[in-house]
Design a protein around this ligand. Structure first.
Ligand code: ADP
Length: 636
């Protein structure tokens, strides 16, 4: 029996080491022949329905394999019933004649079926040329049954071999990937390619937990890692993180984790592909820093918005400085923006027109207005899809002011010249009239009708003389030179001029002056211009309906103020909001230029003062100029 055991163990080893199923079965056949000392042993593999069998291995003289035996006769039935038997002529009923003859020619032919759970049925056919005793054949049956168990090993190693081949193929694929690749299973197994081992500086088993940090250095706890997230959500995750390698060196890795889910959606494995982008990231960081500092230090206001919603994503310091809204009021804001002065239709850059310029009037957080030139450009991502809009805002107020000053000084110059010219032309005939009237008055009998009329002509002519004098004064005082003047005096002189030149006589101008001194350092002619504008606007507001204009001068501590108030219709809110805008006028058809108030505001600001409107519709309008007083008291 010891010999038999030895033989069985050898057989098991041979089957185990066989490279293929065929080799394993061949090893089984030869082990069987030695075990039962037969001349020949064949192994037959039976169809699942026992309609026939194929010879899958043969050992011994005249071995044949691949023979097909079609038989549904007694042999097949006995095999199906797992009954060993010595083959006789009767058993071969239904088998092809030539095959049956060959089988019987082998001598004593023993058939031992082996049917193991989960495996196809095989039968061992042992044959001896010489007749054998019943005792020997019984022994052979028991030995072959024992050996038959090894068919399981033969078949199992085949599936194992298949898996090993699969593994080898998978490993080759994984190794062929130039990026780091890690396949993790829930069971804790991991497949790591050599690129990954190198990138992570780890051995064959990667650590379960790898230290991760955001680019800004904050720790990523394991439960918030992209791997945990991919497993939890069953969604692929991309990441760009600092990774602590096995050798303690930190590198930046960019990667993607794909979860592998079963038919229930449960993730049982993950595939991570990653690479080291430390150098690229360093470069990107420097570029980013460069762009950031450029962006922040740019003297032009810049806003970066969403290309679809125009939600503000980022603005630079110049933007905050220009409009005065802080970041909390700016970032995340969407149209209509708080700095809009009206509801704009935002133009969209197009591929044909990628850069758009337009001018807008914007309102600062303190309510003041800025004319601005906006340049919009579309930024596209790598795929060409709109990624952001960049808006550059150039402050035009200085340019506008300059332009206005040019317009205004040109205008004043021509008014001055005109006034001087007209005064000169009027003066000569006027002196003639006055001289002649004086002669006539001497010649005509006093207290007659004619004398009375002549006196009236003289009064009127004197009035004309006053107007001419005022006009000449105005023309002469055109200079921008500042001197110490009294605001009250400047106002009184202007009212006087206006009163004389007033076409609408039914307008009453009421004057109120403070007893306190109102010394200011100013260009009297420029201040007069403000009051000319304010009083003539008030007159226009009163139209023909009559009414009162009140001009008042006062002083609050170290500021002096002058107010022009009328009893006209006042200003609707939307008009009040825009009256100081250059070229804004509601009287375009009546010759309005829309410059009066903006120029007046400009003069007020140039003097370090302010000009504001106070009005409610139906209650008239009041414009108030406020200027700082000068320390020195005015003496005149
Ligand atoms: P213009 O007088 O040429 O129109 P202004 O800048 O002086 O230009 O005034 C702008 C606008 O402000 C006027 O068109 C008018 O609508 C409004 N406005 C100015 N003053 C008054 C006022 N006293 N009452 C009502 N509206 C006024």
């Amino acid at each position: 029996m010891r010999r038999t055991e030895r033989q069985l163990i050898d057989a098991a080893l041979a089957v185990n080491e066989a490279g293929t199923l065929d080799e394993a079965l061949a090893a089984l056949a030869s082990a069987a022949r030695e075990l039962v000392v037969a001349d020949r042993v064949s192994i037959l593999l039976w169809d699942a329905d026992f309609a026939g069998a194929t010879v899958v291995a043969t050992s011994g003289a005249e071995g044949v394999s691949d023979d097909r035996i079609e038989s549904n006769g007694p042999t097949a039935r006995l095999v199906r019933d797992d009954t060993p038997f010595v083959v006789t002529k009767e058993h071969l009923e239904g088998v092809a004649d030539e095959l049956a003859a060959r089988a019987l020619a082998l001598g004593t032919l023993l058939c031992v079926p082996i049917s193991l759970k989960g495996l196809p049925t095989v039968s061992f056919q042992a044959s001896w040329r010489l007749p054998v005793t019943e005792e020997i054949s019984e022994l052979a049956i028991s030995k072959l049954r024992l050996l038959g168990r090894l068919t399981r090993v033969a078949f199992r190693t085949e599936s194992e071999r298949a898996r090993a081949r699969e593994d080898a193929r998978l490993r080759a694929v994984i190794e062929a990937v130039p990026d780091g690749l890690v396949v993790r299973t829930n069971a804790g197994g991991a497949l790591v390619n050599s690129a990954a081992r190198e990138l992570l500086a780890v051995g064959d088993d990667p650590p379960v937990e790898i230290g991760l940090r955001e680019l800004d250095g904050t720790d990523v706890p394991p439960e918030r890692s992209p791997l945990a997230h991919a497993v939890r959500t069953a969604e692929p995750q991309s990441y760009l993180l600092r990774v602590m390698r096995g050798d303690g060196i930190e590198r930046v890795h960019e990667g993607r984790i794909a979860p592998v889910a079963d038919e229930h959606g449960d993730v049982f494995a993950t595939v991570t592909v990653f690479r080291d982008v430390t150098e690229a990231e360093k470069e990107r960081y420097v570029t980013q820093q460069f762009l950031d500092s450029l962006f922040e230090s740019l003297p032009t206001a810049v806003a970066i918005t969403d290309p679809e919603t125009w939600e503000i994503r980022r603005v630079n310091q110049s933007f905050v400085d220009l409009l005065g809204f802080d970041l909390a009021q700016t970032i995340g804001a969407r149209p209509p923006f708080p700095w809009w002065t009206e509801d704009y239709v935002i133009p969209r850059p197009t591929p044909e027109n990628p850069v758009i310029h337009h001018e807008r009037l914007l309102r600062r957080s303190d309510g003041s207005l800025v004319p601005a030139r906006l340049t919009k450009a579309l930024v596209r991502d790598a795929e060409g899809a709109p990624a952001a809009e960049v808006v550059l805002i150039a402050d035009l107020s200085e340019r506008r002011e300059f332009e206005q000053q040019l317009i205004q000084s040109g205008k004043l110059a021509s008014i001055g010249e005109l006034a001087a010219g007209v005064a000169h032309e009027i003066n000569n005939p006027l002196f003639a009239i006055l001289g002649l009237v004086e002669f006539l008055l001497l010649e005509i009998e006093p207290e007659t009708k004619a004398h009375e009329r002549l006196a009236l002509i003289q009064d009127t002519a004197l009035e004309i003389k006053e107007i001419v004098r005022a006009l000449l004064d105005f023309a002469r005082e055109r200079s921008d030179e500042r001197s110490l003047v009294s605001l009250g005096d400047v106002v009184a002189q202007t009212v006087e001029l206006m009163r004389r030149t007033s076409a609408a006589k039914q307008v009453e101008i009421v004057e109120r002056y403070t007893a306190e001194p109102t010394p200011i350092e100013a260009s009297a002619s420029q201040l007069k211009q403000i009051f000319v504008n304010l009083i003539s606007n008030a007159k226009h507001a009163l139209k023909d309906g009559g009414g009162t204009i009140t001009v008042e001068v006062g002083r609050d501590g170290d500021s002096a103020w002058a107010e022009v108030r009328d009893t006209g219709p006042g200003l609707p809110e939307d008009v009040a909001a825009r009256v100081f805008e250059p070229f804004f006028t509601t009287r375009r058809d009546l010759g309005g230029t829309g410059l009066g108030l903006s120029v007046s505001l400009g003069i007020a600001q140039a003097h370090g003062g302010s000009l504001v409107v106070d009005s409610s519709p139906g209650e008239g309008a009041a414009f108030r100029l406020r200027l700082p007083v000068t320390e020195e008291e005015v003496v005149a």
